[in-house]
Design a protein around this ligand. Sequence first.
Ligand SMILES: *Cc1c(COP(=O)(O)O)cnc(C)c1O
Length: 485
Amino acid sequence: MKESAGTTGLILNEPLLWEKGKKGRCGFSLPRRDVEPSPPDEDLMGEGPDFPDLSEVDVVRHYTRLSQWNFGVDTGMYPLGSCTMKYNPKINEKQARLRGFSGAHPLLPADLSQGILKLMFELEGFLAQITGMDAVTLQPAAGAQGELAGMLLIHGYLKSKGRRRSKIIIPDTAHGTNPASAALCGFRPVPVKSGEQGILTPEAIIEVMDEDTAGIMVTNPNTLGLFEENIQKIAEIVHSKGGLVYCDGANMNALMGIAHMGKMGIDILHLNLHKTFSTPHGGGGPGSGPVCVRKYLKPFLPVPRVIRKDDRYSLSEDFPQSIGKLHAFYGNFGVMIKAYSYIRSMGPENLKKASQLAVLNANYIKERLKGIFHLPYDRPCMHECVFSDKFQNKQKITTLNMAKRLMDYGFHPPTIYFPLVVKGAIMIEPTETESKETLDLFIDACQAIADEAKTDPEVLRQAPTHCKVRSLDEAAAARRPCLTG
Ligand SMILES: *Cc1c(COP(=O)(O)O)cnc(C)c1O
């Protein structure tokens, strides 16, 4: 195997601390006591916990070794991109830890939290500017909750006009949470197929849009990493029948400072601060899914809203048409600080540049890999590109085999088997932060794996062979997990 980032290095074995401990070993020693001991407190006496005796170096090496078994964006490239784990400047984490922010209690009166309210107020403004929308709520805790908020906004708005509609159009390239959010709000999702180019056609929308349809939910860029070029025309069709256009903007990493969502005809848009705006979320939450709207929907946004009066900030519930409250207090504030810090430290020009580089990097990968892996939609992509395992299927090698082999070459596997519209999908999102050298190493690894599929397919079926944990039986690993080293 060709030498690569993952083929050298030392992975040290490490037993459990209980196996490692030796009776009488000690991590630190206290000086001899020079005062009388106080009488023992009977309530606190009893059997102590069964902790092993260890020296300081035993413990330091134990946890350092365990940390090296892991893979993260600080150790190598994560081709899952902004959707999971893009590299974010550490300064933003540092700002979120500032005492005045991290120690603030949500029940502090407005008088004592002016800085916090100002940050939220300004962040709403920045997000409106970046997207080209008019008003923003920071309350939803995730993208999917933003979608639910959007559906409730559509329902609230239509109700205020005395209209009731039961359906929402959802393309086959939408994110899976979209139909779920629509259904949770009581709408019936109506699926619509994308055209041959992997994007929606106005004709397909004309066919399904009617007076009982509340609107459409479009993921843009869609889950194939393609820009919905007909979005303006589609918005006109939906609006002409009295519907609203919802855009899933979780993939804003491709469009920051470039696309004006309002001008595209979008009425409601959610963002994932934990994707684009500097909160990693590979291990789960917390997240933040702000919802941006056009002016006419502002009265319906969740309460409380941060308002400014004579340079003083406060929270107001005085919005009678509001859809109500979605989250305890005001949302996940820590994520907002990081987004604020990211936006302020980048500035408008650099936010735009980050998107341009994200798109450039994805297109570079697409062009370099397109003979190596099957590329179902050969057109310029946004921040990610989607291949399939069609070429390698001839050797009975699947996406899963190749994804696991990438670990042997020192890369985290990309998103696989998503989107569902591509069989055996391999979705690669390099993000703006990876250098050309790293991208080239990644491409070399993919090329080496494609070569192995022809010359030595068995090695791919057994992959990973160089990692600490070897090829697993996925079902058994989930049902009977082995938690020791
Ligand atoms: C991640 C994602 C979502 C869901 O966001 P969560 O924060 O995980 O709820 C929705 N749509 C798209 C396009 C996404 O990438």
